[in-house]
Design a protein around this ligand. Structure first.
Ligand code: HEC
Ligand code: HEC
Ligand code: HEC
Ligand code: HEC
Length: 157
């Protein structure tokens, strides 16, 4: 490295940075696909296949932002690889308020509401009766299918 001019070092640095960012971005993309999610979440896949959103990837409803997703994801991969979880077991906590925001981001955009005034009117009323969309819509998963798992908690104790 001694013989390299400062300019060459800068160029090398930039190339290294591009490679690192590229690999990171690629990994983030791959691990956001439903094909990745279902390697661990078989029951959720079945209940999602039969729900109203089989064409919408898991992440569209479940994202909390890419950084938080990936940090939570690393923890989950660790828990799984160290054999602390059993996918046959019962429900996991879900973050309903965040999921709810994601429902709204797709279904209640200004354009959609403007196109469907009745939908808006009725839903303004409906939403007074339930804090989340899930109170009335079994949207992501057919809950009966998802709940076929055994009732013990998923994290082994
Ligand atoms: C390596 C296995 C594995 C993969 C792959 C995986 N998960 Fe998980 N998932 C887990 C484990 C383990 C938990 C339970 C974590 C806990 O209890 O803290 C979990 C919990 C969850 C939960 C409930 C808790 C929460 O954070 O809301 C959701 C929703 C979820 N995963 C969605 C997904 C999605 C979407 C993907 C794909 C982008 C995915 N998972 C990929 C293992 C995995
Ligand atoms: C990535 C965007 C997206 C997200 C997130 C999303 N949806 Fe959907 N939803 C769609 C699309 C696309 C369809 C199917 C086409 C249609 O009927 O509009 C659909 C269909 C539906 C339907 C059926 C409509 C009908 O005519 O039968 C309901 C109800 C629904 N979604 C509610 C929800 C709820 C509740 C959530 C949150 C848990 C949610 N959606 C999250 C895009 C989304
Ligand atoms: C109190 C119950 C209730 C709540 C809460 C509720 N909905 Fe609905 N939703 C309904 C009913 C009933 C219908 C069918 C009749 C109608 O369109 O008014 C419906 C219809 C829909 C449709 C289909 C509209 C169409 O005709 O294509 C979508 C999409 C939808 N809701 C999304 C949502 C979203 C997103 C939320 C959360 C922000 C939500 N709903 C909250 C009761 C509810
Ligand atoms: C249309 C939105 C939507 C899509 C698409 C979706 N989910 Fe969900 N998911 C939900 C909602 C809503 C809940 C919470 C249900 C409840 O508790 O009312 C949930 C709950 C979960 C949970 C935790 C709760 C439990 O019972 O264990 C996991 C794990 C999960 N989903 C994984 C997935 C995976 C994996 C995919 C893709 C194969 C997926 N989801 C696709 C909306 C969605």
């Amino acid at each position: 490295m001694k013989n390299l001019s400062p300019n060459a070092l800068i160029i090398l640095g930039v190339i290294a940075l591009i490679v690192i960012v590229g690999v990171g971005w690629g990994a983030a993309k791959q691990t956001s696909k439903e094909s990745f999610c279902v390697t661990c979440h078989a029951y959720e896949k079945v209940s999602w296949d039969h729900g109203k959103h089989p064409d919408i990837g898991c992440i569209a409803c479940h994202t909390k932002g890419v950084i938080r997703d990936k940090i939570a994801g690393m923890r989950k991969v660790f828990l799984t690889l160290t054999d602390q979880v059993d996918p046959h077991r019962s429900n996991l906590p879900s973050y309903k308020d965040k999921i709810n925001d994601n429902c709204i981001a797709c279904h209640m955009t200004e354009e959609k509401l403007a196109l469907m005034p009745f939908f808006k009117e009725r839903h303004d009323e409906y939403r007074k009766h339930s804090p989340t969309c899930m109170g009335c819509h079994e949207a992501g998963h057919v809950v009966k299918l998802r709940d076929l798992r055994r009732p013990e908690v998923r994290l082994k104790q």
